[in-house]
Write a new protein. Structure first.
Length: 209
C-alpha cells in the first residue's frame, strides 16, 4: 500500500488515528444497527448483485449487507492497513488496499456505498471522489454522511481540518444530470434500538440504468 498520500487527511486515517478508530468501532451492536439501517435503504432498490464500499474500514457495513444480500459480490476500498487486514480476514470481500483518491474504477457495481467517509475527505478533492463514485456505479449510489446545507469545517476529536459537513448528495445531483434522488432519511444517535451517528442518507440512481 502506497504511503505517498495526496492529502493530510489520508495520512491521518492511514496512521495511528485510523488504527484506533478500527479498534474503537467493533461489536455486534454495530452490525445490528447496520442491519436496521440497510434494511431501510435496500427496500427502495432492486436487482443488486454487486456492491463496492468506499472507505470500508473493518467491514461492519459489508457484514450487514452480506446477511441481507448473501449472493451479492462485495468489494471494499480501504487505506488503513489494520482495517485492510480485518477486511481480508472475512474471506468474502474483494479488497482494494489503497486510498480512494488512488482508486481507478475497474468495473461498475450495482450499488456504490460511502458512509461516514466524505466528511473526512479534503474538500479540494471532493469532485475527484464524486467522479469515482459515479464511474463505479452501474445504477445506485448510497451516500450516508453528516449533512449541512452549506460547507463547514468542525473540530474532530481535538483535530482541525479533519471533519467537513456539507450537502454531498446535493452536489452530486447538481453535477451529474442523469442522477435522481430515490429516497433519503435520517439515523439518530439516540434511537432506542439501532443508533447510528446522526447520519443523513441519500439513495441516488442513474436515470438511464
Amino acid at each position: 500500500m502506497t504511503e505517498n498520500f495526496k492529502t493530510a487527511q489520508e495520512a491521518f486515517w492511514a496512521g495511528e488515528f485510523g488504527d484506533a478508530y478500527a479498534d474503537r468501532n467493533q461489536g455486534e451492536h454495530w452490525i445490528a444497527a447496520n442491519l436496521a439501517f440497510f434494511s431501510k435503504v435496500l427496500t427502495r432498490t432492486s436487482g443488486i448483485g454487486s456492491i463496492i464500499e468506499f472507505g470500508a474500514n473493518i467491514g461492519l457495513n459489508l457484514m450487514a449487507l452480506k446477511q441481507l444480500l448473501p449472493k451479492a459480490e462485495l468489494s471494499a476500498i480501504e487505506l488503513n492497513q489494520k482495517a485492510v487486514d480485518g477486511l481480508n480476514s472475512l474471506g468474502y470481500i474483494n479488497v482494494y488496499p489503497q486510498s480512494i483518491l488512488d482508486f481507478t474504477p475497474d468495473q461498475p457495481r450495482d450499488m456504490v456505498l460511502i458512509k461516514g467517509v466524505l466528511i473526512h475527505i479534503n474538500p479540494d478533492m471532493l469532485l475527484q471522489v464524486y467522479e469515482r463514485l459515479y464511474q463505479s456505479s452501474a445504477r445506485y449510489i448510497c451516500v450516508a454522511e453528516y449533512y449541512n446545507p452549506s460547507p463547514v469545517s468542525i473540530p474532530y476529536r481535538g483535530e482541525s481540518d479533519k471533519l467537513f459537513k456539507r450537502d454531498f448528495a446535493g452536489e452530486m445531483l447538481d453535477h451529474y444530470s442523469d442522477l435522481r434522488l430515490v429516497d433519503y432519511g435520517f439515523s439518530y444517535h439516540r434511537d432506542n434500538h439501532f443508533p447510528q451517528d446522526d447520519l443523513t442518507w441519500f439513495l441516488l440512481e442513474k436515470s438511464h440504468a
